[in-house]
Write a protein that binds this ligand. Structure first.
Ligand SMILES: Cc1ncc(COP(=O)(O)O)c(C=O)c1O
Length: 393
């Protein structure tokens, strides 16, 4: 099927334009998650240009799809892996282990062993128990100590769950030294979809002080991993990435000479590179508003409405200028499965298409098949060619 479908669209046609979307749904059904390789590359190149000298490790979790891994592999990206499944995906996509780090702060011994077997040698820890787990692997693994910097203005504040207090870095490094475990440096993640670079800047400056302190016994000049958090546009426009990274670059210049800087962008690389396409299964007028029931919802690709607090730009693919108060709901029988209540949409007929923009991050990756409604099929396109289908093949 894929072989004969390979050239699905005119290479000059934007795969996110109405004509392309209609053609793809006619052939591959609905719901779909369409990934555009050209946009993935553009995001990677734009962030790489905004952070020169910083090694970008794609955090796979927002969109763990083989096509994306292969596109970024070919761009020269490195990878941030956090589970056996992600390691397996990297392996299948032919990613060299030397380009990967393991960043989950809490791991079972079996997780450490499978990462080591793949060839990863850099891990993250943020507490004494986790450091002790590496005693028996000290010849094969080194650590980054994850530091917590609370980030009230990030949409998802990750330092609530992981990371040690800055004052605990020195004792944790001492414990590692006592166990002959190498500490390569520090890492942090200020939280996803950061609204301003302020927390990145403060965290980098705090880490610069720690990496300069004689009390912190780690490799010199060492490594600083500045995590992810780089924001994208949803219904609210985010700061352009060039502006976001300017103060970050200035803060990085305060690091001791020679520190290797890495970052773990996830959302920024994939969110704008995919759209969700769903079909109206049925409709009803309730209390003066049109309710449209789609074949995808918050238990599917729109899970990010709940888990990720994301406000996707949603609209009908076609339709007249006249708009009416409308609600978009998912297909399941659960009342929480409502995507958006206060929309203004053209009058939609059963079978018409609805598109969600910037749906590459934390959408399909977090979707379930509750009520046996299948997850969206994934189609990755590169200048008119389908490069991967649902199973990533
Ligand atoms: C350890 C780690 N690195 C990177 C990321 C990616 O963050 P973002 O999508 O904000 O770039 C996450 C997200 O949860 C994470 O937990």
């Amino acid at each position: 099927m894929l072989a004969e479908d390979c050239r699905a669209l005119d290479p000059a046609l934007d795969p996110f334009c109405p004509e392309a979307i209609e053609r793809l749904v006619a052939r591959h059904g609905s719901p779909l998650l369409l990934i555009d390789a050209v946009r993935v590359r553009a995001q990677y190149r734009r962030l790489a240009a905004a952070l020169p000298g910083v090694d970008l490790h794609f955090a796979m979790k927002p969109l763990p799809h083989r096509s994306v891994v292969e596109i970024l592999r070919d761009e020269g990206a490195c990878f941030d892996l956090a589970s056996d499944g992600e390691i397996e995906l990297a392996r299948r996509a032919g990613v060299a282990a030397a380009r990967c780090i393991h960043t989950h702060p809490i791991k079972r011994e079996s997780d450490i062993r499978s990462a080591l077997d793949f060839g990863i040698d850099t891990f993250v820890a943020d507490n004494p128990d986790e450091i002790r787990k590496f005693g028996k692997f000290r010849r094969r693994a080194g650590l980054l100590i994850r530091v917590a910097f609370r980030s009230p203005d990030a949409v998802c504040d990750l330092s609530r769950k992981f990371g040690c207090d800055p004052q605990d870095v020195a004792p944790l490094c001492e414990l590692a030294a006592a166990l002959n475990i190498t500490v390569h440096g520090l890492s942090f993640h200020v939280g996803s979809q950061a609204m301003s670079p302020t927390m990145h800047v403060e965290a980098i400056e705090a880490c610069a002080r720690l990496l300069s302190s004689a009390a912190v016994c780690c490799e010199r000049p060492g490594v600083l991993d500045i995590g992810g958090g780089f924001p994208v546009d949803y219904r609210h426009t985010a700061m352009p990435i060039e502006d976001f990274c300017t103060p970050i670059r200035a803060a990085l210049s305060t690091l001791p000479a020679g520190v290797r800087v890495i970052a773990e962008p996830g959302r920024y690389l994939v969110a704008p590179a995919a759209i969700g396409v769903a079909t109206v299964m049925g409709r009803a007028k309730r209390a003066g508003r049109w309710w449209y029931y789609l074949d995808d919802g918050v238990y599917g690709s729109y899970s990010g409405r709940l888990f990720d607090h994301a406000n996707y730009e949603l609209d009908a693919l076609r339709g007249g200028a006249e708009r009416h108060p409308s609600v978009l709901a998912g297909p399941t029988c659960d009342s929480i499965d409502v995507i958006e209540e206060n929309l203004s949409l053209p009058r939609l007929a059963i079978g018409e298409l609805v598109v969600g923009r910037s749906m590459g991050a934390y959408t399909w990756a977090c979707a379930s098949e509750f009520n046996f409604f299948p997850k969206a099929s994934v189609l990755a396109l590169d200048r008119g060619r389908i490069i991967a289908g649902q199973d990533g093949a």
